[in-house]
Design a protein around this ligand. Structure first.
Ligand code: ADP
Ligand code: MG
Ligand code: ZN
Length: 414
């Protein structure tokens, strides 16, 4: 069965992949939890509530501080064929009445409101008779008195959790600063809230790519530089995970395999061992990782090139969640490109889809081949600007030269 959130992403919005963080946020909401999602501008925060709204059905309320933002989003949703409405002060009475009729008759999936509109007794009374499935608060930092964009109208939103006690609430903002974050949490959520801070940059993860020669030896050498640490090793095939794990075991490394071809019991046993013991290396296919939140994973090692830059980002993101130094190391060679191209061509899919998949692969190859700062390329792909990071192989390989090359650079830059 296809994942309903993916189907909505594709059928309604026309996107093939979630951006980093989106799937985690959506899963938490679909699981009935409250979420505070802190993601950079351009990360795609709107989809984090639009997709679950459509998966859940019923009516989603979206609070947004600016009429222009609301109108933009409503127009875009309608273009995509989604029943969306806004009731706001810039519309005349007739337009607002017509919008309310659509809401009351159940045609509207997402209703955009300014906070002061939503929090009137009349509106809340009327909404209480409808099936409200989700409440989303965009630009949620407006609720924080410490923030630069404080809106007194936002304060009243703290009543929402009592008014809609069984409805998941999502607050999204690009303001990641710690005090604003806890302020938002305190005001909007009494109970447990899942706070996901998803700036795309994970500066503690060192990024490196090594040309593939003898992957077994290269992997072993890498692991020997991280004795006693927990790590994840991704391989393309099930067979290879088992061979690699056996090879590591033979060389004194505690390694376990994980792939979808193993029995449920064996998979669970290995996953438990990885989660509870320290110093276990999990050699896995991409079947391993969903919902894995082990804070002290010191590295993610790709013995084969992943499927896309999105997949790569998601997979390496399992390293260093505790904020300590961690590494993402990939082996990459021409064979990987050939293999990935074959995969795409062999897929039973439309030509358009294949073209897109090849283009996505080109992006990943570009990342592998770049001589620029890898983090710049990676973050740039997700719309985030960054300066050279000093924590990737390309940055670190730029050793100052004895002939004064480094000095020249500094002078030119000044
Ligand atoms: P934010 O509110 O986080 O600044 P938006 O929700 O406005 O970002 O989204 C920014 C842009 O990214 C929009 O054009 C949106 O269509 C696009 N976008 C969002 N999610 C995806 C995705 N999964 N794949 C491709 N594009 C996406
Ligand atoms: Mg936004
Ligand atoms: Zn760098």
């Amino acid at each position: 069965a296809e994942d309903p959130k993916r189907r909505v992403l594709k059928d309604v919005f026309g996107f093939d992949d979630f951006r980093p963080g989106q799937a985690d946020v959506i899963d938490a909401l679909l699981g009935g939890r409250h979420v505070l999602a802190v993601m950079p501008t351009g990360a795609g925060k709107s989809l984090c509530y639009q997709v679950p709204a459509l998966v859940m059905g019923g009516l989603a309320l979206v609070v947004s501080p600016l009429v222009a933002l609301m109108q933009d989003q409503v127009a875009a949703l309608r273009l995509a064929g989604v029943g969306a409405d806004t009731i706001n002060s810039s519309l005349d009475r007739e337009a607002n009445v017509a919008a309310w009729r659509r809401v009351a008759s159940g045609q509207t999936r997402l209703l955009y409101l300014a906070p002061e509109r939503l929090m009137t007794e009349r509106m809340l009374e009327a909404l209480s008779r409808l099936e409200v499935s989700l409440v989303a608060i965009d630009e949620a930092h407006c609720i924080s008195q410490w923030g630069p964009a404080f809106r007194p109208e936002y304060e009243d939103l703290s009543r929402l959790r009592h008014i809609f006690p069984n409805v998941p609430i999502i607050a999204v903002t690009a303001t990641a600063d710690e005090s604003t974050r806890s302020d938002i949490e305190a005001r909007l959520f009494a109970e447990r809230v899942e706070t996901l801070v998803l700036g795309f940059d994970r500066p503690n993860i060192k990024l490196a790519i090594e040309s593939k020669q003898d992957s077994k030896r290269q992997l072993l050498r890498f692991i020997e530089r991280h004795p006693g640490k927990s790590g994840i090793v991704y391989c393309l095939s099930r067979k290879k995970t088992e061979e690699m794990a056996a090879f590591l075991e033979k060389n004194g490394v505690t390694a376990l395999a994980y792939h979808a071809g193993m029995s449920k019991e064996a998979r669970e046993a290995n996953q438990n061992a990885f989660m509870t013991l320290s110093g276990v290396v999990m050699v896995a296919t991409i079947a391993f990782g969903m919902g894995i939140d082990k804070p002290d994973v010191a590295y993610v090692f790709h013995t084969d090139m992943p499927g896309s830059l999105e997949a790569y980002y998601q997979e390496i993101g399992r390293a260093g969640r505790d904020g300590r130094k961690a590494e993402a190391h990939m082996l990459y060679g021409l064979g990987d490109i050939r293999m990935r191209r074959l995969f795409i061509d062999d897929e039973d899919a439309a030509v358009e889809h294949k073209k897109r998949a090849h283009r996505r692969l080109d992006t990943l190859i570009g990342y592998c081949e770049t001589a620029q700062c890898r983090r710049q390329v990676l973050l740039g792909y997700f719309g985030e600007d960054a300066s050279p990071c000093g924590n990737c192989d390309n940055c670190l390989d730029q050793v100052p030269r004895a002939d004064g090359g480094a000095e020249t650079r500094i002078i030119l830059a000044a």
